[in-house]
Design a protein. Structure first.
Lengths: 346, 401
């Protein structure tokens, strides 16, 4: 499935990861060949993870509000504020109904669900906390961000394996193309807890796809080129094309790959997200092309594609072609084409 | 990009109010509720002991033992409903599998099994890791795509109780713009301790069967189940001689940006979403025969939704009944949007406006026509279906026969 994009540009970014807040710490780690992964505390397991240990929610959100938010929502609220600021959007300067949010969120609500149930298992109905329950839903992050910044446009959360962010980005682009919104905040957010590591260990995923998992948030601010030009925003890149298939059918893989990559040309830089690095059909296509895999630097997760796309865009020279590939072990697969650089003309 | 009219060519359902489309239709037309005492887990600690459970469910009547082990209760429900919808539409094989997508909405998903793993983990017991297989809400979409070999778009909307309504609108958009030839849309959710204890902790569960828009209502009744629809472009469906049940004319969605659990009291955002859905459907409000409400039966929701109706329909509101099928199905959370859309399409086809069951008395704050006294015949060909959710997420669908 192909979605050609004609005039959707990126005017803001934000990332919060194990490397810290902002893109520069990640870019510096990539340049120096290092990573931000730290040892998992012995009481929780072994190996390394991309825990955002330096993240302090109260640096970004008033303390009283911070207390009401689960960690995933804290990431999303903080990163939304940073992304809007980066895009030069301040509250009440644009119609709230025309600004929306579409986030991918893989594990949102899991931590609060576990805490809520733990209270119930320990103390029965009296232990079931009404304070915890509202943030057990997967859309808590996007909705809390919309409440904090008064975003009243389209509001959606998507989860689809390692491509949760890309699924959300596709909806965000469509909402702008359809005229449902002028501006969409989009990207992905995930948190990581010791209990999740226990779950990964129990299901054998720690030895497979969940090794070196991380947490954080990566967001892009999208708008039409016309809208960006009208408000004098700096254009940081452009989305040229989004393609996706759900499965690569046995025996019909070339057809699926053609849906994704047919005629897309040779990119200058490739970003790999989810399990894209180990998809055999991708390997021959990306051989010899400079590639970025931010998951190896700050940790993988289901909705870390926003971090990967922000880093890709920041790495592209003006006019360069960047290709973001995302994949999941059971599908889906995404190929998203970007044009990079601040000099991109709307 | 030109838009194509999107039609519904397959229906499937598996929920507490009916295990097949004919059963569900019979419940809808006869005004028969599936809300009854629960026995899925121990509810003795709560004020409410009822819900709309899929009673007497035997997984092995539908799946082999290995599949039962691998699929969560919610994923099993979804597979049963999808199988009925796909068979009904005969769409499989009509198009390349890469041109058929899956767009589902989800809520608590496989939490019913996952919470058993958590309980065992806390008590130091060994539990099967299979209990965690369906914990994430995208599991249902993955299972359906793989089970039925649908290799096109895969996505799962997770906006709590509006999830599957949005999944329908989004799936329809993929077809309308020609990006997919067909999309299997729907949603699935199973009862769980998390949601049962959670809504009870918020004190919004009625000890008696929920009575939307009635005086003295105390809240919702929870339910579970799945429903699916097959969406295709009208020209393709007609060309292949498919049975057409109706059309998804448009949808709209927004966030209220107000509060995580309380709706904005005036209903102004809900009204904006309904108006935008009608506008995108190219329909005047006067064409809407009735509205299938979110209608949970909580004191606040029902007043807000009634307010939104007045804002949308103005002086005409008395002619547009606002009904709730949740008194029949319970609130099926992630599956609520599609189960209600299904009920709407079935009612349009049978030319009736369904009854809102369990009337307890007229609430002065709910002063519209809610069809409390019984279903009624209607020749209208268009209705809306509303879904509201935690986080202030609102989705409205415009459906036609």
């Amino acid at each position: 499935m192909t979605i050609p994009m004609h005039d959707i540009v990126i005017t803001g970014f934000s990332t919060i990861t194990a490397a810290g807040a902002g893109l520069e710490p990640i870019l510096e780690l990539i340049r120096s060949g290092r990573d931000a992964l730290t040892p998992v505390p012995a009481e929780h397991g072994s190996g390394r993870w991309g825990k955002a240990l330096g993240f302090k929610a109260t640096d970004h959100i008033p303390p009283l509000k911070t207390r009401k938010l689960d960690r995933c929502s804290q990431f999303a609220v903080a990163a939304t504020g940073l992304a809007l600021k980066d895009a030069g959007i301040t509250r009440d300067t644009l119609p709230a109904e025309r600004i929306g949010i579409a986030l991918g969120c893989g594990f949102g609500g899991v931590a609060n669900s576990a805490e809520f149930l733990t209270g119930y298992f320990a103390d029965g109905a009296d232990g079931a906390s009404p304070m915890l329950f509202p943030n057990t839903v997967s859309n808590a992050s996007a909705s809390n961000a919309s409440i904090e910044y008064g975003l009243k446009g389209p509001n959606v959360t998507q989860v689809q394996r390692f491509c949760s962010t890309e699924s959300a980005l596709m909806m965000a682009c469509r909402f702008i193309a359809e005229g449902r919104a002028d501006i969409m905040v989009t990207g992905g957010v995930d948190d990581l807890t010791p209990l999740m590591l226990s779950g990964f260990a129990a299901t054998g995923q720690l030895r497979r796809y969940a090794e070196h998992f991380g947490e954080g948030c990566g967001l892009l601010v999208l708008e039409s080129a016309e809208h960006a030009a009208k408000r004098g925003a700096t254009v940081k890149g452009r989305i040229d094309d989004i393609r996706t298939v759900g499965l690569l059918l046995p025996g019909r893989e070339p057809e699926g790959i053609d849906h994704l990559l047919g005629g897309c040309g040779i990119p200058d830089v490739i970003s790999l997200s989810g399990t894209a690095r180990v998809v055999p059909e991708f390997e021959e296509r990306i051989h010899g092309i400079p590639s970025l895999d931010t998951g190896c630097v700050t940790g993988h997760s289901l909705a870390m594609g926003g971090v990967a796309m922000a880093v890709l865009l920041a790495s592209l020279l003006p006019g360069q072609f960047g290709l973001h590939l995302a994949a999941s072990p059971e599908g889906p697969y995404f190929a998203i084409r970007f044009s990079g650089g601040a000099s991109v003309q709307p | 990009m030109s838009r194509r009219r999107v039609v519904i060519t397959g229906l499937g359902v598996f929920c507490g109010a009916g295990a097949t489309v004919p059963e569900f239709t019979s419940s809808l037309l006869d005004g028969r509720s599936g809300i009854a005492p629960l026995d899925l887990f121990d509810v003795s600690a709560f004020p409410s002991h009822i819900g709309c459970q899929v009673k007497g469910y035997d997984p092995q009547a539908h799946f082999d033992r290995n599949t039962v082990r691998k699929l969560s209760r919610a994923d099993q429900f979804a597979t049963i409903a999808a199988r009925e919808a796909l068979k009904d539409s005969s769409v499989t094989g009509q198009y390349s599998p890469y041109d058929i997508g899956v767009s589902m909405g989800a809520g608590a998903a496989g939490m019913f099994q996952a919470e058993q793993w958590l309980k065992a983990e806390h008590s130091g017991q060994k539990a099967s890791p299979d209990l965690l297989r369906g914990i994430l809400p995208d599991s249902t979409t993955t299972v359906l795509a793989r089970t039925f070999g649908l290799a096109g778009y895969q996505g799962t909307v997770t906006t709590a109780c509006s999830s599957s309504a949005t999944a329908i609108g989004w799936g329809a958009d993929l077809v309308a713009t020609g990006r997919q030839k067909a999309v299997l849309v729907g949603g699935s959710d199973a009862l769980s301790l998390l949601t049962f204890a959670g809504f009870n902790s918020l004190k919004v569960v009625d000890p008696a069967p929920c009575s939307p828009f009635s005086l003295g209502r105390q809240g919702l009744s929870l339910g579970e189940g799945a429903a699916c629809m097959v969406l295709e472009a009208e020209e393709d469906a007609v060309a292949r001689g498919a049975k057409i049940y109706g059309a998804v004319l448009g949808y709209a969605l927004a966030g209220e940006a107000h509060h995580m659990t309380a709706p904005e009291p005036s209903g102004v955002t809900a009204a904006r979403v309904m108006r935008e859905a009608l506008q995108l459907a190219g329909a005047e409000p006067a064409r809407v025969g009735w509205v299938n409400a979110h209608g949970t039966g909580t004191p606040l929701n029902d007043v807000v939704e009634s307010n939104a109706m007045k804002l949308v329909f103005g002086d005409h509101v008395a002619n547009v009944p606002l009904i709730s099928t949740k008194a029949m199905t319970g609130h099926c959370l992630g599956a609520a949007g599609v189960i209600e859309a299904l009920a709407t399409v079935i009612a349009l086809n049978h030319r009736v406006i369904p009854q809102t069951l369990n009337f307890r008395g007229r609430d002065p704050e709910c002063e519209l026509d809610y069809c409390h006294n019984g279903s009624r015949p209607s020749e209208c060909d268009m209705a809306m279906s509303n879904s509201f959710a935690f986080g202030g997420n609102i989705t409205s669908l415009v459906l036609a026969r």
